[in-house]
Design a protein around this ligand. Structure first.
Ligand SMILES: Nc1ncnc2c1ncn2[C@@H]1O[C@H](COP(=O)(O)OP(=O)(O)OP(=O)(O)O)[C@@H](O)[C@H]1O
Length: 231
């Protein structure tokens, strides 16, 4: 289980995430919703250790990660698919995957085979540079790269951004398969409501750094959408 306990994050004097708490069970996929600039990415970055916590704790499977650096949290099992994918453009698909698994070299071939089961398209592009892939292919590579560390929790920041609708649907189905097989908590920051509804078991909505609504995905009402999500 991934526990976010009273987390606050500042940029300088400015508080961007304020006292956020929620838990994600291994059987759950949680989506974080909210308009632009409400602190969703900042929260994800504080969970993975790229931004310091002002207050609060991050606990994964009873291990307190709060004092650990980002690479130590990665070793403890937190994997991150960043907004914009951040594929290394001059490395090939294979090299992008290998790089993500350097700490686990013994199992690298097996891990890669697992990634190819989810994303067979990557096998067709294995020796091409990551930078020449389409947006959808890069997103698949970014998720595959996160899986190379065999994570205990998976965090994704806007995986549908800039991706064609048919590929979005495919990515949703693959994430559902990944979750069924790995049974790890998944947190997705998302603006695409259709995708969020298809994927998520539960949701939280953020506004001005705080959680203002939460529930099971069936409880995501038009009223909540109108009040906190439509522009
Ligand atoms: N490096 C930074 N330094 C100072 N302020 C920042 C920094 N990065 C983000 N912010 C500000 O913090 C607030 C929250 O930004 P954040 O990116 O977390 O929001 P978000 O909900 O993820 O939005 P989006 O959907 O646009 O990515 C915004 O007001 C943003 O301008």
């Amino acid at each position: 289980m991934l526990e976010i306990c009273n987390v606050s994050v500042n940029y300088g004097q400015s508080r961007v995430v304020n006292n956020v708490s929620f838990q994600v069970e291994p059987l759950e996929k949680m989506v974080i919703l909210g308009r632009n600039g409400v602190g969703k990415t900042t929260l994800l970055k504080s969970i993975i250790g790229l931004l310091p916590l002002q207050n609060g704790k991050i606990i994964l499977n009873n291990e307190d990660l709060s004092g650990l650096k980002a690479y130590e949290r990665a070793i403890s099992g937190v994997a991150y698919v960043p907004q914009g994918r951040e594929i290394i453009p001059h490395l090939t698909v294979r090299e992008n995957l290998e790089l993500a698994a350097l700490a686990h070299t013994k199992e690298i071939t097996q891990r890669m085979e697992e990634v190819f089961e989810y994303f067979p398209i990557l096998t067709e592009h294995l020796h091409r540079k990551g930078g020449v892939l389409s947006g959808g292919q890069q997103q698949q590579l970014a998720i595959g790269r996160a899986l190379m560390s065999h994570p205990q929790a998976l965090l994704l920041d806007e995986p549908t951004e800039g991706i064609q609708p048919n590929v979005v649907a495919e990515i949703a189905n693959i994430l559902i398969r990944i979750h069924r097989k790995m049974l790890i908590p998944i947190i997705i920051v998302e603006q695409n409501l259709k995708f969020a509804r298809k994927l998520a078991d539960r949701f939280v909505v953020m506004q001005k750094g705080e959680i203002v609504a939460s529930g099971k995905s069936g409880e995501l009402t038009d009223e909540i959408i109108h009040k906190y999500l439509t522009v």
